[in-house]
Design a protein around this ligand. Structure first.
Ligand SMILES: Nc1ncnc2c1ncn2[C@@H]1O[C@H](COP(=O)(O)OP(=O)(O)O)[C@@H](O)[C@H]1O
Ligand SMILES: [Mg+2]
Length: 253
């Protein structure tokens, strides 16, 4: 197992944001985390990537207990992520922003190598024309793609994507999913994508999904089985999901 999340809980004051959640991710797996706004998805990512320490429970990465490691010590082990709200260095170029990922992630590249890695992933996400622009001048969609390139440049073994496809049109989503399948195959990266509403995207992408609801794990299993489970439909989706069907998002909250 690449990642084992064991019974983790995170409280903010009186609020239990994540409540005794356990799940596992295999090497190279495509895993989806779905759940409405506020269900604890980002908090879960923050505990895996080291932004927060859980109040209880353990996180095991590649056989090692990383529960108490700070974020900067986890990235070199191979945990990469994107942020729901990208925070690039706005005056640095796209190339430089992505190169930072290569220097401080698992790649641990020197500057020259980092620039090469940066160019590779910038091209992969389709941002070559923007490579020498200041990151601050990018559109929100381009910033999201740059975030993805930066996370890939870390050479992660586990890539955590926070709403990376939100607001994209079906064609862009299709491209992103194709790109993610490519890096999974070629680099054996396990990719975890979390979404609030993009159920059709998750049916195309994920082999397994976990549904979060009010900080708890409601259900986990093969994607179509889980998304058509009565409990999931009742508390979250409101209707059945057809495989790969466009526009089959859950109702908005
Ligand atoms: N830093 C924080 N301080 C206080 N409450 C937080 C913090 N981060 C998240 N929360 C709360 O925890 C709950 C889960 O949030 P979050 O993990 O962001 O959910 P999701 O990503 O599924 O929308 C929400 O009620 C949110 O308001
Ligand atoms: Mg979130």
């Amino acid at each position: 197992m690449l990642l084992k999340v064991e019974d983790v809980t995170k409280r903010f004051g009186g609020l239990v944001a994540v409540d005794s959640v356990s799940f596992e991710i295999k090497e190279g797996e495509a895993f989806g985390i779905v759940g409405p706004n506020g269900s604890g998805k980002t908090t879960l990512y923050n505990m895996i990537s080291g932004v927060y320490q859980p109040d209880s429970g353990r996180i095991i990465f590649d056989g090692r207990d990383i529960t108490d490691l700070p974020a900067h010590a986890r990235a070199p082990l191979g945990i990469g992520r994107t942020f729901q709200i990208p925070r690039p260095f706005p005056s640095a170029t796209v190339r430089e922003n992505v190169a930072v990922g290569a220097m401080f992630g698992r790649a641990q590249a020197d500057v020259k190598e980092a620039m090469e890695i940066s160019d590779y992933y910038i091209e992969l996400v389709g941002l070559s024309e923007q490579a020498n622009k200041a990151a601050g001048t990018l559109t929100p969609l381009e910033k999201r793609l740059m975030e993805l390139a930066r996370a890939l440049a870390m050479k992660p073994r586990l890539l955590l994507l926070d709403e990376v496809m939100a607001g994209m049109n079906p064609k862009d989503i299709g491209n992103i999913i194709e790109l993610l399948q490519k890096v999974r195959q070629e680099e054996k990266i396990a990719v975890v994508a979390m979404v609030e509403h993009l159920m059709h995207a998750i049916t195309k992408f994920a082999e397994r999904v976990m549904v979060m609801h009010q900080g708890r794990k409601l259900l986990e299993g093969p994607t179509m089985e889980v998304l058509n489970d009565e409990r999931v439909i009742e508390v979250y989706l409101g209707k059945k999901i057809r495989e790969g069907a466009e526009g089959a998002e859950g109702h908005r909250t």
